[in-house]
Design a protein around this ligand. Structure first.
Ligand SMILES: [Mn+2]
Length: 397
């Protein structure tokens, strides 16, 4: 027996955390989740899998646009023409508030209802398989739903649990909180989990775990992303990670010691690769004061973006300055004094010094003053002080 376990497709997701994307890259990013799904469908047919399991968050929202719906429908139709059934439950992102509003899917698709439900199928090799699952009908489920799952049926070869949720105590989480032991006592052969976007194994054998999102949606979902191809080996169901994400969030480090044109050439050579497209956050180490100044003022990033071309298979969305020794020390500033006055430092004057002087509208400026932004600014100030210590001029004018 062979099947696919793919959590969190998030069709229709707009990539977040990218501010300056060149026009040539927009299409690639917009299509990334769709491309990942198409690759999964191609693989399913090439591998002649017995079925596909989708444990929730197929759509990014509960009101997916026509394009996202059409993408999923076409994927299901392609699988149907290859004789591959699909079993799915909706999650917290695409919960079903009104079942009448759901598109009609091809006949090969089984949608688990709100109630915990078990279906059975017979594979090409005549193995009997039971699959138990449910769908979200609201954004949050505070109850433990795993406890409602039946124990393994006596009349099947394999019993699989489809579950969208997160570990937690009953009544204390928003995503059908469960414990591993709640699942262990059911004696299933495999638990296909959805919700957590990073691959995570809660138990090796029998497998209980998350396959993660099939396409990284932001910088926190870095590295190759894909699905689990699960095969039966001597009665056990063994998952194998299979990458399909066409766009990979990545971090890279580079040491630079030259003028900007040479540095840009060096960065571009370093990041050129034969793999899938990479969105890169670049950590730079440098002792060159002119170059450091360009980085702090975001000019190197602007020049790098300008040098990017549609044939590139990478894009640098951020450049971070990293001290050569990893530690950012502040020899000129007393640490205690810094801690006491840090909050006072974040005023409009400091924001202006940090390059926000173009922002005249106070409402826009207020929008920047989020805790995350302040933390970032604090880091920028530390860098600025360090550079001042090194004798680097950071002001543009
Ligand atoms: Mn999700």
């Amino acid at each position: 027996m062979k099947f696919i376990h793919a959590g969190d497709l998030h069709l229709g997701n707009p990539f977040t955390g990218l501010t300056q994307v060149p026009a040539w890259l927009k299409g690639t990013l917009q299509q990334a989740t769709e491309t990942a799904l198409q690759r999964l469908v191609d693989d399913a047919i090439a591998e002649m899998v017995d079925f596909v399991l989708l444990p929730g968050d197929l759509f990014d929202t509960t009101t997916p646009d026509t394009r996202a719906q059409l993408t999923l429908r076409q994927a299901f139709e392609t699988l149907q023409s290859a004789g591959i059934p699909v079993y799915l439950g909706f999650g917290n992102h695409d919960f079903v508030a009104n079942w009448q509003n759901l598109p009609t899917w091809p006949e090969n698709v089984t949608v688990f209802p709100a109630e915990t439900t078990t279906v059975t199928l017979v594979t090409k090799a005549q193995e009997r398989v039971a699959i138990t699952g449910f769908s979200y009908t609201q954004r949050h489920i505070n109850d433990n739903r795993a406890r409602l799952y039946p124990v393994k049926q006596a009349d099947v070869d394999y019993h699989i649990g489809l579950y969208h949720g997160a570990l937690g105590e009953d009544g204390q989480g928003d995503y059908a909180p469960f414990t591993v032991s709640d699942m262990q006592v059911k004696h299933y052969d495999y638990w296909a989990l959805g919700h957590i976007h990073v691959r995570q194994t809660l138990q090796d054998k029998p497998f209980i775990g998350y396959s993660g999102s099939i396409q990284g949606l932001n910088k926190n979902e870095s590295g190759p992303k894909g699905y689990y191809l699960v095969t039966s080996e001597q009665g056990e169901l063994i998952p194998t990670f299979t990458p399909v994400a066409p766009v990979i969030w990545q971090t890279a480090r580079v040491r630079l010691a030259s003028d900007a044109p040479t540095a840009i050439q060096r960065i571009r050579q370093t990041l050129q690769n034969d793999d899938d497209f990479q969105l890169v956050e670049l950590s730079v180490t440098s002792e060159d004061s002119a170059l450091l100044s360009l980085i702090v003022n975001n000019q190197l990033l602007a020049q790098l973006t300008a040098a990017s071309t549609p044939t590139d298979n990478f894009f640098v969305y951020n450049i971070k300055l990293v001290a050569a020794n990893e530690e950012v020390s502040l020899p000129a500033v007393d640490q205690q004094y810094w801690a006491q006055t840090a909050d006072d430092v974040f005023n409009y004057d400091m924001l202006q010094q940090l390059g926000l002087k173009q922002v005249q509208d106070s409402a826009v400026l207020q929008a920047f003053l989020t805790p995350a932004m302040l933390a970032e600014l604090k880091q920028a100030v530390i860098e600025k002080l360090r550079l001042t210590e090194m004798g680097v001029a950071t002001d543009e004018d």
